[in-house]
Design a protein around this ligand. Structure first.
Ligand SMILES: Nc1ncnc2c1ncn2[C@@H]1O[C@H](COP(=O)(O)OP(=O)(O)O)[C@@H](O)[C@H]1O
Ligand SMILES: O=C(O)C1=C[C@@H](OP(=O)(O)O)[C@@H](O)[C@H](O)C1
Ligand SMILES: [Mg+2]
Length: 185
């Protein structure tokens, strides 16, 4: 008699990584809607666990504590969340977090510096971009690009693409069957 099929471990259908301004949160929400699954963002999970916004966690407790909370959020989401998951841009800096991501369907959303800095300038503050955002972003990306590439099974460019076009490219890269049709323009 053959062995019974082992119980499937729940896993997100897609995990988005990439630098601040790549559009992980925006694209993740759109993709989740099309797939008719839930969306989760580890930044929101970390804020809920700490009971304060990210800039305050950095000021009060420092980046190492933020990365620890982030690793716990990633671990929890990978174990329990079956929808689309967006990570914070620096999650890949932590070796433990990278190891957790190894079996997951991870997509690296790539973005050009000019686009990223313009996008985050219109959005919520990122503590690591304080000062000269353009220079800081380039420094972050120099350090992180190899790490995004290491954890990802696919890379999707966001250059000159609307968030819906990026979501479609992610779905194609992971061979995901979207339930809801892409809204027509
Ligand atoms: N492909 C895109 N084109 C134009 N603007 C975008 C795109 N993706 C995201 N944005 C905008 O950029 C800002 C940052 O997006 P967000 O999803 O928070 O990025 P991330 O989570 O990767 O830091 C938001 O204001 C969002 O509306
Ligand atoms: O790049 C980073 O180190 C960070 C990116 C942010 O998330 P987004 O990439 O969603 O902006 C957030 O986790 C925090 O401000 C730190
Ligand atoms: Mg985000």
């Amino acid at each position: 008699m053959s062995d019974p099929t082992p119980p499937q471990r729940p896993a997100p259908v897609a995990v988005l990584v990439g630098p601040p301004g790549a559009g992980k949160t925006t694209v993740g929400r759109i993709l989740a809607e099309w797939l008719e699954v839930t969306f989760r963002d580890t930044d929101a999970d970390v804020e809920a666990a700490a009971g304060k916004p990210i800039p305050e966690i950095f000021i009060d407790e420092g980046e190492p504590r933020f990365r620890e909370l982030e690793r716990q959020a990633v671990q929890d989401a990978l174990a329990k969340h079956t929808g689309v998951l967006a990570l914070g841009g620096g999650a890949v800096l932590d070796g433990g977090t990278r190891a957790l991501l190894a079996p997951a369907p991870v997509v690296f959303l790539d973005v050009a510096p000019g686009d990223a800095v313009r996008r985050v300038g219109l959005d919520a503050p990122r503590p690591l971009l304080i000062g000269n955002p353009r220079t800081r972003w380039r420094e972050l990306m120099e350090q992180r690009r190899p790490l995004y590439t290491e954890v990802a099974s696919a890379v999707v460019s966001t250059q000159g693409r609307a968030p819906e076009d990026v979501a479609e490219a992610v779905a194609r890269a992971l061979d995901l069957p979207c339930v809801s049709d892409r809204p027509t323009k």
